[in-house]
Design a protein around this ligand. Structure first.
Ligand SMILES: C[S@@+](CC[C@H](N)C(=O)[O-])C[C@H]1O[C@@H](n2cnc3c(N)ncnc32)[C@H](O)[C@@H]1O
Length: 216
């Protein structure tokens, strides 16, 4: 079914990470402490922006999913890693979490909002644009896309962050920043504005921004 990779090249890594992932988000892995700084507030911020039927991509261990359910959203969870799906199902039993990804997912009912945290960088910029085109066709006017992710103001800022990580001997972090598809705010802004969205960015820590796009 998933013949070409289309953003699914990281699944094995997440299967392996599923047991210790919740320790990492609590700041126990020093390399990623700053990436996950204010993690709970970031997820609260995303969850507070949406209501109705919400599709969440890359649910991981289900931390954002849980917050959406607490706010009475009807959540459709999409997660490509089987072991992450298992962890999320243990945490929130009442939500259906399905196999799928940012680009391939079941779409049986009207969606009011798409959300995601710490995952959109698994798509190349070309794939990100394809995904946004797809969501545009599925959302009503006023529908939202609210994503939290590591994103940079400029390529220079990204380069400086990689250099700093290397200087601090955070070599896993430096390697992630180099090899995954972290993009810039102007590129994301352009992708959404081409699809008639208004978009607003909020900085949450040294790495993570939340962007809230509303379909005009
Ligand atoms: C860093 S975790 C984030 C988990 C959770 N959203 C959170 O905020 O803690 C990234 C998640 O995205 C998933 N993922 C990887 N590639 C994906 C893709 N192409 N589409 C959707 N999810 C993907 C991974 O399996 C993993 O569960």
């Amino acid at each position: 079914m998933w013949g070409d990779k289309m953003g699914r090249e990281f699944i094995e890594l997440f299967n392996e990470w599923s047991d210790s992932y919740d320790d990492t988000v609590r700041g126990l892995d020093v390399e990623y402490k700053k990436v996950f700084e204010n993690y709970d507030q970031i997820l609260d911020y995303v969850a507070d922006k949406v209501d109705g039927t919400v599709m969440e991509f890359g649910v991981g261990t289900g931390n954002l999913t849980k917050k959406l359910v607490e706010r009475k959203c009807q959540v459709i969870g999409i997660e490509p890693s089987p072991l992450m799906r298992q962890k999320a199902k243990e945490k929130i039993r009442q939500v259906e979490i399905m196999d799928g990804d940012f680009l391939e997912f079941p779409k049986d009912e009207p969606i009011h909002a798409f959300v995601s945290s710490y995952a959109f960088h698994h798509l190349t910029d070309t794939e990100k644009k394809l995904a946004i085109d797809k969501y545009t066709n599925l959302l009503p006017t006023g529908g939202k896309i609210v994503f939290a992710d590591t994103i940079f103001l400029t390529e220079d800022e990204k380069f400086d962050r990689i250099k700093l990580a290397e200087k601090e001997h955070f070599l896993n972090l430096a390697n992630d920043l180099r090899t995954e598809f972290y993009t810039t705010i102007p590129r994301i802004k352009d992708m959404f504005e081409q699809n008639s969205f208004s978009i607003h960015f909020t900085k949450m820590n040294d790495f993570v921004w939340v962007f809230e796009a509303i379909k005009k």
